[in-house]
Design a protein around this ligand. Structure first.
Ligand SMILES: [Mg+2]
Ligand SMILES: [Zn+2]
Length: 219
């Protein structure tokens, strides 16, 4: 089975739009500093997969359609293209288009996108990692049984007062989380005879976000 690093998008990969606004166009999309380098470093030094899981409720609010040609699809395709171009890899992109009122299974804090990815990509969730910037990212990971969580501090989503049993590690950036993941991997592989190489030659083009099969149920 594979392991994976799951990444939230807004606030982890790119700058959040102002609170309660959405990044709906390539023009609005700004990579956070160091993110592209960090994802290239991850691709070269981590033996698992990289999967993006993103709530985009504005689709369900009717502000945009879910068809493949929609501007939102273009934003994700463009983002994956830039990541791959910079030496990173993306093995899957999962998007929940629903609003909270839809009570779907995929909108974080529900674990549906993580569970679906684990089925599609044969991912061992307890040996996988979540990187997010909101409590709902952590909750989705816990419900899916993910082994390790990193909480990236971001401008619009400060840490909560409660530490929730400290079941996550707080980091300043995606880059810091990635370095800790690689460090842990090196530690676990030390003595196993496995040699970590440089940048791997193969990059995987991310698959288009699939929203049609999104289960409309709660756990
Ligand atoms: Mg976020
Ligand atoms: Zn959903």
């Amino acid at each position: 089975m594979n392991r994976a690093v799951f990444l939230d998008r807004d606030g982890v990969i790119n700058e959040c739009a102002l609170p309660h606004q959405y990044v709906t166009t390539v023009e609005q999309f700004r990579f956070l500093p160091g993110v592209l380098d960090a994802l290239a470093f991850l691709a070269g030094n981590y033996t698992g997969q990289v999967v993006i899981v993103s709530n985009q409720a504005f689709i369900g609010k009717g502000l945009m359609s879910t068809s493949d040609n929609s501007p939102n699809g273009i934003v994700f395709d463009w983002m994956v293209g830039r990541i791959v171009e910079a030496g990173g890899r993306v093995d899957g992109v999962y998007v929940c288009p629903h609003t909270p009122e839809d009570k779907c299974w995929c909108r974080k804090p529900q674990p549906g996108m993580l569970v679906q990815a684990s089925r599609d990509l044969n991912i061992d969730l307890p040996r996988s990692t979540m990187i997010g910037d909101m409590l709902t990212d952590m909750q989705a990971a816990w419900r899916a049984g993910i082994g390790k969580c990193y909480w990236v501090m971001s401008e619009y989503h400060p840490l909560p007062d409660s530490w929730h049993g400290r079941r996550y590690r707080v980091v300043e950036s995606l880059a810091q989380a990635v370095h800790l993941i690689v460090e842990a991997e090196r530690e676990s592989l030390r003595g196993s005879g496995y040699r970590l190489g440089g940048i791997r030659g193969v990059n995987h083009r991310g698959r288009a976000a699939s929203t049609a099969s999104c289960p409309q149920r709660r756990l």
